[in-house]
Design a protein around this ligand. Structure first.
Ligand SMILES: [Zn+2]
Length: 292
């Protein structure tokens, strides 16, 4: 039996990352080089540490803003709301109160001010149209529930209808276990939609960001015609904490990140955040020659 990735990651999220959405004058310590940074300066630098280039996690709206042409993004399917098909309840040991998924969803939707762990739509990059689906790690660790899968599939279908390329930005702790098989089925559904996109010779660009794990890395994240990743991003199927917990071995450092994936031919390029827009623009200018 395959084991899912490290738990969707509010646990993996450092306090620094979680405060970043509300920075400004707040001082933030870089988790890599320990430099104390002003939130405002970090914002100006696209949330990349100016000293060591550590790429902080950013939410889906921030990601879209830095990738596409200003003012060009049109969101679709924003009103699709997740449900609780299994009436899932967890009773954690040593805790008196059980946690039900339905309440958790209400809380997450309110906190994130969006309905799910993904934002989808269409936009232009350097004037070239593209459909895109951008995952959001700050909503339940970017876990892939039914709505996430449905919104990605619909964005791919939009790309097919409009005959435009597709971009998926992944960041995820894996499939959403609270939705069981409904969550796992999304892997096949999205993969089938991408296969249809491929039959039309429309390109699919995949961008892996920190972290891309579990059912997401095991399906659409690695099915791109071109696969890019941000520097230092955790990229794996099973996260190091789970491996260490089950196997009682220490996972060697730097063996589950984007550089390692590049060295071993799993991805095409590691691209600094400030160069992503330009890189995608170049790809979009190259690919139309082969579209039908
Ligand atoms: Zn740093």
């Amino acid at each position: 039996m395959v084991k899912e990735a490290a738990a969707p990651s509010t646990e993996q999220t450092s306090p620094n990352d979680r405060t970043l959405s509300a920075v400004g004058n707040i001082a933030v310590k870089c988790p890599k080089c320990r430099e104390i940074l002003y939130g405002r300066d970090l914002e100006k630098n696209q949330k990349v540490c100016p000293r060591c280039s550590h790429h902080f996690r950013i939410n889906a709206r921030e990601r879209i803003k830095l990738l596409v042409d200003e003012g060009s993004f049109v969101e679709i399917d924003a009103d699709i709301i997740p449900t609780d098909p299994l009436h899932f309840v967890v009773s954690p040991p040593n805790q008196a109160k059980s946690i039900d998924y339905a309440s958790k969803l209400v809380e997450e939707r309110k906190k994130a001010d969006q309905n799910e762990a993904i934002i989808s739509g269409y936009a232009t990059i350097d004037g070239k149209p593209i459909a895109l689906a951008v995952m959001d790690f700050f909503f339940m660790g970017g876990s892939m529930g039914s709505v996430v899968g449905e919104k990605i599939t619909r964005a791919i279908e939009l790309a097919m209808k409009q005959r435009i390329p597709m971009l998926i930005v992944s960041t995820s702790g894996g499939a959403r276990m609270q939705e069981g098989i409904f969550s796992l089925m999304q892997m096949a559904k999205i993969s089938a939609a991408l296969a249809r996109l491929g039959e039309l010779a429309l390109p699919y660009f995949s961008l892996l960001t920190d972290p891309t794990t579990g059912g997401v890395s095991a399906s659409f994240a690695f099915q791109g015609d071109v696969i890019l990743a941000e520097p230092g991003a955790l990229i794996c199927f099973t996260g190091p904490r789970v491996i260490e917990g089950f196997m009682h071995i220490k996972v060697p450092e730097n063996t589950i990140n984007s550089d390692f994936a590049l060295q071993h031919g799993m991805i095409d390029a590691v691209v600094h955040r400030r160069e992503l827009h330009q890189t995608l623009a170049r790809l979009l200018h190259m690919y139309p020659t082969i579209t039908k």
